[in-house]
Design a protein around this ligand. Structure first.
Ligand SMILES: Nc1ncnc2c1ncn2[C@@H]1O[C@H](COP(=O)(O)OP(=O)(O)O)[C@@H](O)[C@H]1O
Ligand SMILES: [Mg+2]
Length: 396
């Protein structure tokens, strides 16, 4: 009876309107896919995504949440929510909210306004409440990796019949981006573990070896003293003192090098910090020319490259007496070129060859092999030293 008075049937859509809507959906999907495939950390990518997406669907606020182990979700990016709200939200235990439901059921959830969420976190989500809150799963294959929310000023049903499907598709793109970030951080963890093994080897080569030597010298010293052979004892004491000083230098060098860890900030930022520190510590001017601030390297490659440059700079500090250093980073297509050059003393002919006692250049070559690259070290006495490293980025 009521139906006949308030007709609910929509007027049939003209084909041109439907087509326009379809085109618009595709545009949105394309913009979202582009924003999600930008390089950067997950947070940066999600910020870019929200900036693009919130405008496209005209939402007042939006957030992205990743699934946490406890069945709940954790907010990782948002637009339009007050900091206190985000803070409260972070402390909230996993609840039976639409976000958790979207993740558990893998389906789009909507609710009128955000009062239910406000009751959970103990304060209003928005100054003036929205009309509809939508939670859409972020799905990768058949796994629910998270969810995104839209705080809308008009109900989804008023936004065209394609909208729910479109939002689900966007959720799949988001799921892919979250999965990619997870894999990258896993690869970074593995790379760091491998790096620890290298550090272990370096410690073994430098320190463990000299400790074995010193233990022998102490034994000898004891024997000479027992025999009251003070001449030999004195000689052995001198050797021991020099060995201790050398070991001390080695450990200091290892510590300074490895304390400057590769931070989260990505290679460009870490190299900036490395160069800045080098200039501050040595007073040697460095001309750092980074012609590819966004290098899409695998985490393991970043680590190798970082430590190669670090060893080159350490050598310049220790051996070169240089006044100027140039570090150049360049990439063309998949080929990365790195140049480290100083105007110092240069290497004596035997220096590179006598690498047995000095692990630095050898490890640099080993790291180059891990990069499947090539390294050329050019140096003449009095002519400075130039290191050129070439390698390919992983092909995509
Ligand atoms: N930039 C440089 N300028 C002058 N000499 C260098 C430079 N880099 C390396 N060398 C020489 O090459 C040798 C081997 O270097 P390396 O293998 O790193 O060992 P270490 O730094 O422990 O001496 C150094 O002892 C030094 O004589
Ligand atoms: Mg060295």
């Amino acid at each position: 009876m009521a139906d006949s008075m308030t007709p609910k049937m929509k007027a049939p859509q003209a084909p041109s309107v439907r087509l326009a809507r379809k085109t618009q959906s595709l545009d949105i999907l394309y913009a979202v896919a582009t924003s999600l495939s930008q390089p950067g950390s997950l947070e940066q990518v999600l910020d870019g995504f929200l900036d693009t997406f919130i405008e496209l669907v005209d939402a007042r606020a939006a957030s992205v949440r990743v699934a946490a182990g406890d069945g709940g979700t954790r907010i990782v990016a948002q637009r339009g929510l007050a900091p206190e709200v985000v803070e409260r939200d972070r402390q909230m235990p996993a609840g039976a909210c639409p976000c958790s439901r979207a993740v558990a059921e893998g389906q789009l959830q909507r609710q009128r306004g955000s009062a239910a969420c406000a009751a959970l976190i103990g304060r209003p989500m928005l100054e003036r409440d929205c009309v509809e809150l939508v939670a859409v799963p972020a799905q990768y294959q058949d796994r629910m990796l998270g969810v995104y929310n839209l705080f809308l000023d008009r109900p989804l049903s008023a936004m065209g019949e394609d909208m729910p499907d479109l939002l689900i598709s966007v959720g799949r793109h988001l799921g892919l981006a979250i999965e990619k970030a997870r894999l990258e951080s896993e690869a970074r963890r593995v790379a760091i573990m491998e790096e620890r093994a290298i550090i272990g080897n370096e410690l073994h080569d430098s320190l463990a070896q000299s400790l074995i030597g010193m233990r022998l010298q102490v034994k000898l010293l004891g024997e000479y003293l027992a025999r009251k052979d003070f001449g030999r004892a004195q000689y052995e004491t001198g050797r021991l003192r020099r060995a201790v000083a050398q070991a001390n230098d080695d450990v200091r060098e290892l510590l300074t090098n490895y304390r400057l860890k590769i931070g989260e900030g990505g290679l460009a930022q870490n190299l900036d910090a490395l160069v800045e520190r080098f200039q501050r510590d040595t007073g040697i001017a460095v001309f750092f020319q980074n012609e590819c601030p966004v290098l899409d390297l695998a985490p393991a490659q970043e680590i190798q490259l970082f430590y190669i440059i670090q060893e080159a700079l350490t050598n310049i500090r220790k051996h070169s007496d240089a006044h100027n250093v140039r570090v150049l980073l360049n990439s063309q297509d998949d080929l990365v070129t790195v140049l480290i050059e100083d105007d110092g003393l240069g290497m004596t002919e035997s220096a590179d060859a006598a690498a047995g006692a000095h692990a630095g250049l050898a490890i640099m070559r080993e790291r180059t092999e891990r990069l499947q690259g090539q390294i050329v070290i050019e140096s003449e006495p009095g002519e400075g030293t130039r290191i050129v490293l070439l390698f390919n980025t992983p092909s995509r």
